[in-house]
Write a protein that binds this ligand. Structure first.
Ligand SMILES: Cc1cc2nc3c(=O)[nH]c(=O)nc-3n(C[C@H](O)[C@H](O)[C@H](O)COP(=O)(O)OP(=O)(O)OC[C@H]3O[C@@H](n4cnc5c(N)ncnc54)[C@H](O)[C@@H]3O)c2cc1C
Length: 337
């Protein structure tokens, strides 16, 4: 393997994932986190944007803090394909040499990042929940849950560049938008032919599941195994809609077939940080807590006073959720009146 001069690598890149011309929300979180890292290192924070007719998105990325936006606007990049995206990004990394490359751990990011990393012979840490710059040597310390969330592993990539991470959506703070920011838009040089792309996208189907946006919700009411049956989600829905929130669930409720997986909160589900998280009939297993413990206010309703969920709850009600929730709804109704 060729020895790299790692000192040639500079700056932080965020992969500006877009779908149908819209920036994916995790990109704003990556720009928020990338800004902190760039400030510590004293380097610039840049974005790389691929797609067709996406030039207009560059100003949005700049407003969220990107100093340079590297752009490849091409009909061959209209839909995501591993081949096309990996080729353009690998060529660009080889040419421009960023030191750190961050991608969202979305389906696209998780597909793309390992392909890029293996072509570049570099290191990749998947699904990070914390990133830090080592003050002594300037390397990035990438932390992610491992072994089912039972340990947190901090991983470094000492000898090769770029240092690459995919970052779990919903964990990092979003960048602040400021439309007065200015930045540079740079067209990438790349060589891409139709014959480079072995995948043909025939149709993109948007499922109704995408309507549940747990990551963006301010209020989440979640139900777990304690509901006893699928019908139980009716009372969860009722409370959620009364509060103007959305319905979440534990994995046990998903595994029982009571609710779709798109509602699952936790380590293998979605990570959420709402203002209010109401956990109903959820024991508070570590894998569930991993996805919701950063919520501003946690309310737990559980009939077991020793349930671990009470360790993270700001307010706890020990009782049968089928009695407690209707009483809460009644109380909310009487306040409305
Ligand atoms: C690798 C791995 C990944 C995982 N990922 C996730 C994940 O992403 N998300 C997740 O949630 N889990 C995940 N799990 C599963 C996790 O370990 C737990 O099994 C799960 O969270 C338990 O769900 P629960 O709290 O709904 O059910 P239980 O643990 O069975 O708890 C039910 C609770 O309801 C209470 N209860 C019962 N009846 C009532 C009532 N009438 N009123 C009030 N309270 C009542 C009980 O006291 C109990 O505390 C994962 C596990 C592994 C190994």
């Amino acid at each position: 393997m060729q020895i790299q001069d790692i000192n040639q690598y500079k700056d932080i890149w965020v992969f500006a994932e877009q779908r149908q011309g819209k920036i994916t929300p995790v990109v704003i979180e990556l720009l928020g986190e990338g800004r902190k890292l760039a400030n510590v290192k004293g380097v610039s924070l840049n974005a790389i944007l691929l797609g067709k007719d996406v030039k207009g998105l560059a100003s949005e990325l700049i407003a969220y803090g990107a100093e340079k936006v590297y752009i490849a606007d091409d009909a061959l990049l209209e839909n995501y394909t591993t081949d096309a995206y990996a080729k353009v990004i690998v060529d660009s990394i080889n040419e421009i040499k960023p030191e750190i490359v961050l991608l969202g751990a979305t389906n696209i990011g998780r597909d793309l990042a390992p392909r890029i990393a293996s072509r570049l012979n570099t290191g990749l840490t998947a699904d990070c929940t914390k990133l830090e710059i080592d003050e002594e040597d300037g390397k990035i310390k990438q932390t992610r849950p491992a072994f089912g969330g039972n340990i947190m592993a901090t991983i470094i990539c000492p000898d090769v560049r770029p240092q690459m991470s995919t970052v779990r959506p919903g964990v990092m703070d979003k960048a602040e938008r400021d439309d007065s920011r200015v930045g540079e838009v740079i067209e990438l040089n790349y060589d891409l032919k139709e014959s480079d792309i072995r995948t043909k996208v025939i149709e993109i189907v948007k499922s109704a599941h995408e309507k549940v946006s747990l990551t963006d919700a301010n209020i989440i009411v979640s139900g777990g195994k304690g509901l006893g049956n699928a019908e139980g989600f009716k009372v969860i829905e009722e409370l959620a809609s009364k509060l103007g929130g959305v319905v979440g669930s534990s994995r046990a409720a998903v595994d029982a077939g009571w609710i779709d997986r798109s509602h699952q909160v936790g380590q293998t589900g979605v990570t959420v940080k709402p203002n209010l998280y109401v956990a109903c009939g959820i024991s508070g297993a570590i894998q569930h807590l991993a996805g919701m413990k950063e919520s501003d206010i946690i309310v737990a309703i559980n009939k077991d006073p020793d349930a671990p969920i009470f360790n993270v709850a700001d307010y706890g009600i020990v009782g049968d959720l089928y009695k407690v929730i209707p009483e809460i709804i009644e109380a909310l109704d009487s306040i409305e009146k």
